[in-house]
Design a protein around this ligand. Structure first.
Ligand code: F0G
Length: 369
């Protein structure tokens, strides 16, 4: 295992290509398009650790702290840098929101044109505004993410476009760096890793990252990978395409994931599992994390937390019950995107503010402690 962790620390904030160049498909001649992504906190969660109990430690990999507010930036820096190296004219992606925000930002940074194809009316406000702010050409289609992705796949065959969805191997390569960071921060790979499962690129990337770190002698073990889907959009859990996926977690409202096979292999080879959680459980987990740990994530990102609660509750028939998690295990949950990206999901549950007079007494009464 490497002992030289100080250089990794010093590289924090310089972007994932600077930090993990030797593991990425770049050469000295590749122009680096970076917004300083990666280096996100791996927060210990004392309250989740207490809930799991038996000496287990739970950590949150807070990917909402990337430059555009989601883990997509890790892959986008590599995909856009490679696109510039190949003299690509324009980038294109389908998205449930975060990929489009990231692609738009990195394209702006690179001076490339960017087109995003989105399911009409299904994108969280924050993400749509980001893509607009960065000057992407936005096309809304009458259909869902899976329909948008089919169109983008077809357009990607034309010479003028490079697809920056996670079917682009450069995206997966960049996203692997999250697993490297977890290994560097913990001093080894964890025992279990939970994360949301949508188009299934991220679980594919983490698994590749953990394996590469093991092969490179930077870690000594591999975690069991546990993917968590929303009950209304759970093709991998059910083993069949879902025609009309529906969930409050718009980022993972996907019925036919592009990286289905590699995700299934990651789960099987790692001895992990796939589980589902309801929208109610997702929203409760989102709220729990914000009020108990001070971490505000978007609904899709709360699925691993809801999944972990389910693991701890045998009455709910978890696919991966706590009995499979030995004492003293290290458990990492990736929370993939920032809560401010999807204000509508939380706004419905907040209380309406009534103004009171600007006096000490009135404010004290309103606080009501
Ligand atoms: N969490 C968030 C916040 C996401 O935006 C996504 C995917 C996922 C989890 C699932 O990751 O697809 O690699 O399994 N968002 C994509 C997008 C589909 O278009 O932004 P995955």
């Amino acid at each position: 295992m490497s002992t030289d962790t100080t250089s990794f620390q010093a590289d924090r904030g310089r972007g994932v290509i600077a930090r993990y160049r030797e593991f990425l498909p770049v050469s000295a001649g590749t122009p680096v398009i970076s917004l300083g992504e990666g280096g996100t906190p791996l927060l210990h969660s004392p309250r989740l650790s207490a809930i799991v109990g038996r000496g287990c430690e739970v950590y949150l990999k807070c990917e909402g702290l990337n430059p555009t507010g989601s883990f997509k930036d890790r892959g986008m820096t590599v995909a856009v840098s490679k696109a510039v190296e190949r003299n690509t004219a324009a980038l294109i992606c389908a998205s449930t929101g975060n990929t489009s925000a990231s692609a738009a930002a990195y394209s702006a940074r690179a001076g490339l044109r960017c087109a995003v194809v989105l399911p009409a009316g299904k994108i969280a406000t924050g993400k749509l505004l980001q893509a607009m702010a960065h000057g992407a050409r936005i096309v809304a289609i009458e259909g869902n993410f899976d329909d948008a992705f089919l169109v983008v796949r077809a357009l990607g065959r034309r010479p003028d476009f490079a697809i920056v969805n996670s079917i682009n191997p450069d995206r997966i390569a960049g996203q692997k760096t999250a697993a490297f960071e977890v290994g560097d921060d913990l001093g080894d790979a964890p025992d279990f890793h939970l994360l949301p499962l949508g188009n299934a690129g991220n679980i594919t990337a983490y698994w590749a990252g953990y394996r590469e770190y093991l092969e490179a002698g930077r870690s000594t073990r591999l975690p069991a990978m546990i993917g968590v889907q929303a009950a209304g959009a759970a093709p991998i859990f059910h083993g069949r395409v879902v025609e009309d996926p529906e969930t409050i977690a718009s980022a993972i409202r996907i019925g036919n994931p592009a990286s289905w096979e590699t995700a299934t292999r990651a789960v099987q080879d790692s001895g992990g599992g796939v589980d589902i959680v309801t929208d109610e459980e997702i929203l409760a987990a989102q709220s729990w994390l914000a009020t108990n740990e001070g971490v505000f994530v978007e609904p899709a990102s709360a699925t691993p937390i809801a999944g972990l609660f389910k693991c701890c509750d045998p009455a709910r028939g978890p696919a991966f019950p706590l009995t499979k998690i030995p004492e003293g295990s290290k458990i990492v949950c990736t929370v993939t995107g920032h809560g401010l990206k999807d204000p509508d999901a939380i706004a419905d549950r907040t209380t309406k503010l009534a103004a009171v007079p600007p006096t000490e007494q009135a404010v004290l009464r309103a606080i009501g402690f």
